[in-house]
Design a protein. Sequence first.
Length: 109
Amino acid sequence: MKKLIAIVVSMFILFILYYDMSKGTLPVSKAETVTSFTNKADYVEEIPKIQYKTVKIKAGDTVLSIVEELANGSIPVPIQTIVDDFETLNKGVKTHHIQIDKTYKFPIY
């Protein structure tokens, strides 16, 4: 009886392995798009069209204070939009890592 149970369990495990390898158990997206580029001329990075002004940082400046100054008062967009636009314009620079006497691009709203 133990041999029969071992054989049935072994066959069940083999079936599970076969099914997983042949059909898989995870759903696959039907609309997969693969884009390949043969040379650099085919690839054009899309840069969002954000109007900006270049400003040199002084002591006490923050991204928010400079954007408010450029907007002449209150800002008409959410703060997260300002953060995202600033980081898009200044690749690799976080809003809390700006340095005095360096120039950065600030979005204009």
